[in-house]
Each structure stands twice: as C-alpha cells, then as structure tokens.
Write a new protein. Structure first.
Length: 290
C-alpha cells in the first residue's frame, strides 16, 4: 500500500467516525441536558469538514509534477493543515462562548446515563487517535497528523465532560455548571493543540531543518555507492509526503566528468530505491583535495 493510499484510508475512517460520533453526542447532549456533550458534538461536526479538507489535501498534494509545479504539489498539504487549525480554533471559540453563557444561566443537572455514553466515546476516540497518528507517521503526512490530533482533542473534551458531569451529579443541585466549566476547559485544550499542530506545518512551509535522522541515513547509504568517497552538505525540505534532497558528494578528483556524472546518477537512483519517501534528489559532485 502506498503512502497516499494509507493516508486516504485513514482519512475515510476519520470522516465516518466523526459523523457517527457527532450524531451520538448531539442526541445524548440534547436529551441528557449536557452542554459538554453538545460542545463535543460541535467539535466532531467541524472535524467532519476538516477531515474532508485533509482528504482533498492528500489527493491534491500527490499529483505528479508539471511545468508549473516542477517539485510537485506537496506544499498544498501544510496549507490544508493551516485551514484545519482554523477549524479547531473556530470550534474552540464557539465552545468557550457557549460555555460562559451557560455558566451564567441556570439549568438542569445532566442525566446519569450520559457518563456511559462518554466512557464509550473516550475509548473510541483514543483508539482513533492512535490509529490515525500511526498512519500519519507511515505516510509522512502533516495534515493527517493534524487529523489525528483532532481525535485526541475530542478524547480530551470527552474526558473533561465526564469529569464535569460526574462532579455535577455527585455534588447535586448548585453544581450544574460543572459540566459547562468542563467544556470551557476543553476549549482551552483545543486551542493549545491547535498551536501544536500549526507549528510543524509552519516549519514545513519555511523549510525548517528537522530531519537529522534522515540526513544520517542518506550519508550512510551514500558511502555504500561505488565511487563516493564522502558526503558534504545535505539539505532536506519536506513537501507533502516527500522529502526533497540537495546532497554534495565527494568523488576522486582524478576521474573524468563523465565518470562523475555516472556516479551522481547511481547515487541518486540508490537513494531513491533505499528511501522511497524521497522526491527530487539533486547531487552536486565535489572533487577530493589533492
């Protein structure tokens, strides 16, 4: 299964999961008098749209290179990640606003059975987070990683709701707002996670160097190629699910230009076979010092 297929399959899982949970949470929140569950439903609803955006970003970013985009369309993925972060911030703002309003408004205690619903949701969302995060690492997808953290954010808001409802039910009348305070706390956590998702995507757009392990692997493989004496500079930038590499390879200064050219092609082909995640590989030949 290719990286794109892995990412697409995980995204479809997220869309179906979020749609089902949004419906369950919305109904449970309405009939169970729990705004924390309703807030959870709002977040899951925004997650559906953000997962659809992630799906679009993955498919678009894996389009082949063309005349206008010689390095491919990979940069579309972190841009989609920024939009997904926007969805997270919007949902957190709505949840915070409604929570503050409900804290000031008298209302009934949540129903005890909402705790059972929340318990099941917490377990499912944590499982979803771990599954999608694993797929994001396998496919090198930053937008899929953002989608995974949507699941973790959802699990945390559900934990907060569980605690809030438990406090409200245990302490009884006068503590109805504990449920709403839990939703407000969840909104703050969502905002924090938004930054955690935004920061790596920004680094990708800005070509920030974050790939020391990959550089080390490239150097080790390069030295196994016949004719390569050593390596010098190695720059890596990520675009979508691919890593583009600029590598300076040192060869014997006595060989001909043609031989140096052949070594550079052999090195490029070897790297792309050994590390399938590599996209464009530019080899610059440096001579040894006499």
């Amino acid at each position: 299964m290719t990286n794109e297929q892995t990412a697409v399959k995980a995204t479809y899982f997220s869309i179906i999961s979020n749609a089902a949970l949004a419906l369950i949470k919305g109904l449970a929140g309405f009939f169970g008098n729990s705004y924390a569950l309703t807030a959870d439903a709002i977040e899951s609803t925004t997650d559906i749209f953000s997962s659809c955006l992630v799906l679009f970003g993955i498919k678009y970013s894996n389009r082949p290179a063309d005349d206008n985009h010689p390095y491919g369309h990979g940069r579309a993925e972190p841009l989609i990640t920024f939009v997904v972060v926007g969805f997270l911030i919007t949902s957190a703002t709505i949840i915070a606003y409604e929570s503050i309003y409900n804290i000031q408004t008298p209302h009934e205690l949540p129903k005890p059975w909402t705790l059972i619903v929340l318990g099941i949701i917490i377990l499912w969302k944590e499982y979803s987070f771990r599954l999608v995060l694993k797929r994001s690492k396998e496919s090198n997808s930053s937008s899929l990683r953002a989608d995974a953290w949507h699941h973790r954010s959802d699990a945390i808001t559900s934990v907060a709701a569980f605690i809030g409802i438990s406090i409200a039910l245990f302490l009884g009348k006068g503590y109805e707002s504990a449920d709403d305070w839990a939703a407000l706390f969840a909104a703050g956590f969502i905002l924090y996670n938004s930054y955690q998702i935004f920061r790596p995507a920004l680094g990708e757009i800005m070509d920030e160097h974050l790939y020391d392990d990959l550089v080390a692997e490239i150097r080790i493989i390069s030295l196994q190629v016949n004719g390569v004496v050593n390596t010098e500079k190695c720059f890596i930038r990520k675009a979508g699910m691919k890593y583009h590499v600029d590598l300076h390879a040192i060869v014997n200064s006595k060989i001909t230009v043609r031989e140096g050219h052949e070594i550079s092609h052999l090195l490029k082909d070897t790297l792309r076979v050994k590390i399938p995640e590599l996209g464009h590989v530019l080899i610059h030949i440096e001579p040894t010092k006499d």
